[in-house]
Design a protein around this ligand. Structure first.
Ligand code: G3P
Ligand code: MG
Length: 248
């Protein structure tokens, strides 16, 4: 009834938009991805107080903007007034904190694929999974390739699955849990995304043999990249677009 769509898993995916070459989770970051020939980027998405899907990694705006306080208590109008670039350097001053709609427009215009990491504010797991999935389906309606939804939060993924079952999903974890097969099956995921530091070759081969795509984050060393790709890892999420040339 709801045939799940695929996601191409290019070899390299830009972490938080453009890695560490530009302010994370901003359009300036996505421009770095285009500049380096990347086909895909990852970003972190949560809900404002008035339920707008927007990009931010942390629970608070303190580290990556000129504002202060918890993201979940700010409306999108308030978040829009913040400077999300000046902390990274004067060249980026005035960069806005983007909505998911801003990023969708940019990605669709540039032919960039997107991995949306659902990163809920504390206590908002289910509604974030549901509303991000619905907004993603609306924004990418009719697109050749849908956005990929991933999350560390099983409750958020479950809500995304219930709301938009056709959007591809990935279970995100630091260390792969022993019950990974059950989790991927229950959430009907296309992939597992894990921290490269704890992955073993045997586990990588088991995950691939089970028919799933496999992505590792955050891989910034070319030697690690070569080893992981040799193990059969499909995609590497990186901060260093300048060190890991996009190849596909
Ligand atoms: O989606 C992979 C990676 O982004 C997960 O870690 O903390 O950078 O969101 P984090
Ligand atoms: Mg992330």
């Amino acid at each position: 009834q709801h045939p799940k769509q695929a996601w191409p898993y290019p070899e390299f995916v830009a972490h938080r938009g453009g890695g560490t070459l530009a302010p994370e989770n901003t359009i300036a970051g996505f421009r770095e991805g285009i500049r380096y020939g990347y086909r895909a980027a990852e970003c972190d998405v949560k809900l404002s107080a008035d339920n707008v899907c927007f990009l931010l990694h942390d629970d608070t705006v303190d580290r990556t903007s000129n504002g202060q306080g918890e993201a979940k208590s700010k409306t999108m109008a308030e978040l829009s007034l913040l400077d999300a670039g000046g902390w990274k350097g004067a060249a980026f001053a005035g960069e806005a904190l983007p909505t998911l709609a801003n990023v969708a427009a940019h990605c669709l215009a540039q032919g960039m694929l997107l991995n949306i990491e659902i990163k809920p504010c504390p206590g908002r797991f289910e509604e974030t999974g549901r509303l991000v999935a619905q907004e993603a389906a609306r924004l990418w309606a009719g697109a050749a390739v849908p956005p990929l939804l991933s999350s560390f939060e099983i409750d958020a993924l479950r809500a995304a699955q219930a709301a938009e079952p056709a959007l591809p999903r990935a279970f995100l974890c630091e260390e792969v849990p022993v019950n990974w097969r059950a989790i991927l099956a229950e959430l009907d995921c296309v992939a597992l995304h894990c921290d490269h530091k704890t992955l073993t070759e045997a586990l990588a081969r088991d995950i691939k043999a089970a028919g799933y795509q496999l992505l590792c984050y955050t891989v910034n060393d070319p030697a690690d990249a070569r080893r992981l790709l040799a193990w059969g890892v499909d995609s590497l999420c990186t901060d260093r677009l300048d060190l890991l040339p996009a190849r596909g």
